[in-house]
Design a protein around this ligand. Structure first.
Ligand code: KG4
Ligand code: ZN
Length: 345
């Protein structure tokens, strides 16, 4: 079975072909970073228009790469939410039109479930059950994953997401967008000792997070004056330390609390090297396994959407109900996933 996956929830147009027998056949991505950079963040209307321009050429590209024609498709999966409504509608409408014309199902996929299951695409996929640390631009969650479709929320951010904390801090430091990679690059030249930022809720005893106070602390530090490039690098270093220390500590606590012996880290922030380093250290100390998706699968991509579409179609998911239109859900808690599932257009 071959599924075309289309991701257009934010600022990346991702398209991929996933085959249940042969795995990932082809994938293509267009990042809009260069277009939004100028504005310091994603401009929703520009994002939607660019998805319109890219989605069909990228679809043709993956079909050519895989040596397939449209007739080979068994379904089209698309990101139905959460995300920017206009951007989501481009993928949804494209998927619905393709599916109708080919008389195959269109499957609305939850973006976070895509991130959550993306490690299954890796060369060394994790076995179930595992604890997942899901860290993207809009979400920070810890989940207990018993199997495909079985997710229990252990903790989440009460305000800003970890990616947002990186992005907002980067803005305060007048770095580019997206902020995570920019902070990480500047932090590489930074040194400890000059700044001391809070580690929000580090010792709260809960698995929830809070990152909004961090940006205020960064704002205060920046306003107090950053005399030179070395000072900016030192602040970037401390921002990265503060965010990754909290993320790693809570993830380790979640592993201990659930008795799981495997941790999966997914979403854009999982690309962060310092976070990886901290979790590697915890793995070596506590003896649990850690899985990170390959770097290209950490950030938004079509492959994870095609994968979840295929899993839903092959009946591996629980709680699947038919989707009869190309409705999108800009806000869509993962816990409500069972309410929208698979089926024909
Ligand atoms: O999962 P993702 O690509 O998109 C969403 O679904 O939100 O995550 C994007 C987020 C952004 O906040 C970006 O700054 C962050 O991931 N990010 C990073 C790194 N690469 C991307 N944060 C820290 N370090 C990185 N290397
Ligand atoms: Zn994402």
């Amino acid at each position: 079975m071959i599924v075309l996956g289309i991701e257009t929830s934010c600022d990346e147009t991702g398209v991929a072909l996933y085959c249940t027998e042969r795995g990932l056949l082809a994938q293509a991505l267009h990042s809009q970073i260069a277009m939004h950079e100028h504005f310091g963040g994603v401009v929703p209307e520009l994002a939607s228009r660019d998805h319109v321009r890219r989605v069909l050429p990228l679809t043709e590209q993956v079909l050519a790469q895989a040596g397939c024609t449209l007739d080979a498709l068994d379904a089209v999966a698309y990101t139905a939410g959460p995300g920017l409504v206009g951007a989501l509608l481009v993928g949804a409408a494209t998927a619905a039109a393709l599916a109708r014309s080919l008389d195959i199902p269109a499957i609305g996929v939850h973006h976070l479930e895509g991130h959550l299951l993306s490690p299954l695409l890796s060369s060394d996929p994790p076995a179930f059950p595992f604890v997942a640390l899901l860290v993207s631009g809009g979400h920070t969650q810890l989940l207990e994953v018993a199997g495909v479709g079985s997710y229990r929320l252990l903790g989440e951010t009460l305000d800003d997401a970890a990616g947002e904390a990186f992005d907002k801090s980067a803005k305060l430091l007048e770095l580019g967008y997206p902020g995570g990679p920019a902070i990480a690059a500047l932090a590489a030249q930074g040194r400890p000792g000059r700044f001391s930022l809070p580690r929000p809720m580090l010792h709260s005893g809960e698995l929830d997070f809070s990152f909004s106070g961090l940006k205020t602390a960064v704002l205060i530090a920046a306003r107090a004056g950053l005399p030179d490039e070395a000072a900016r690098a030192d602040l970037a270093w401390e921002v990265q330390e503060a965010i990754t220390e909290v993320l790693a500590a809570k993830a380790v606590a979640a592993v201990a609390r659930t008795g799981a012996n495997r941790l999966v880290v997914a979403g854009g922030v999982s690309a962060n090297r310092r976070l990886r380093e901290r979790l590697e250290q915890a793995r070596a100390r506590d003896g649990f396994a850690v899985h990170f998706p390959e770097l290209e699968l950490c950030t938004d991509n079509g492959a994870m959407i095609a994968l979840v579409g295929a899993l839903r179609l092959s009946g591996a998911m629980q709680g699947a109900t038919p989707v009869r239109s190309f409705e999108v859900r800009p806000r869509w808690p993962l816990a409500e996933l069972a309410a929208v599932g698979t089926g024909a257009t």
